[in-house]
Ligand binder design. Structure first.
Ligand code: ZN
Length: 255
């Protein structure tokens, strides 16, 4: 492992830590840049040495230094996940504008997924900057042909919009929110029309597996309204790295 590999992983860890802050503060409309982090239970300010990604969680044994309240596993998990995908991006695309393009996509997806999981909301405050960044980076870097990106957006958004309308007719209530439709639109821009449908499909498969897992292991009824955002986000991220592999595997399994 070279120095650059370690730097990339450290950058991923630090970014993960920032993503946790974003997911906690954005729904409350608090600044993500100003103000120190506090323990959500006792309100005590968290010192820098208790805020080191992964390491502090281990040293504190997952408890607040002051009130001993448990720190959510979400924090180290997101930090580790962010480090993992950042390193994977680096291995796949090197230090390039393409890596930045998909990096921004993934980091936003993580925050969008976390917030949707907790609040059942997909914030325009996140979708609009993500879409803008995608358009700008693609404009300067030409990562995917603009036509492919734009038709991907309309295909992804369109299909989810139809699914939302159909779902509402069949279940007589809102089965999928407009947030999911907008998320699919933005993701379509990043993935292109060739990939958005399969990536969405993967998101639905992951959601289904999750519902089955709750059912089997918790032996209780799955919650009636499950936000789709986290599963779509995860589907997009997994597809980005393993899409080709999954398609090959699926086709060989069919034949
Ligand atoms: Zn505390």
């Amino acid at each position: 492992m070279k120095t650059i590999d370690i730097l990339v992983i450290l950058f991923g860890l630090a970014t993960g830590s920032f993503l946790n802050v974003c997911a906690a503060r954005l729904p409350l409309k608090r600044s993500v840049l100003w103000g120190r982090s506090q323990c959500p239970v006792c309100g005590h300010q968290i010192s820098w040495y208790d805020n080191i990604p992964l390491l502090s969680f281990v040293l504190l044994k997952g408890k607040c230094r002051y009130c001993k309240a448990k720190i959510s596993l979400q924090y180290p998990l997101i930090e580790a996940f962010s480090a993992l995908v950042t390193y994977a991006l680096y291995l796949k695309f090197g230090l390039s504008i393409t890596a930045v393009f998909y990096g921004i996509f993934i980091y936003f997806l993580i925050v969008i997924g976390l917030i949707d999981f907790k609040t059942k909301l997909i914030l325009n405050r996140l979708l609009i900057p993500l879409f803008t960044a995608g358009v700008l980076l693609n404009f300067f870097g030409e990562i995917i042909p603009f036509k492919d990106a734009l038709s991907g957006a309309f295909l992804g958004g369109g299909i989810m919009w139809m699914a939302a309308i159909l779902g509402a007719k069949i279940f007589k209530k809102e089965a999928m929110g407009m947030g999911d439709v907008k998320l699919a639109f933005v993701a379509g821009f990043f993935l292109g029309w060739q990939h958005i449908l399969l990536a969405l499909y993967l998101g639905f498969v992951i959601a289904l597996l999750f519902i089955l897992a709750i059912w089997l292991f918790k032996k209780k009824e799955a919650p009636s309204l499950i936000p789709m955002g986290p599963f779509l986000a995860l589907g997009f991220i997994v597809y980005l790295f393993y899409g080709k592999l999954l398609i090959q595997w699926y086709l060989s399994w069919l034949s």
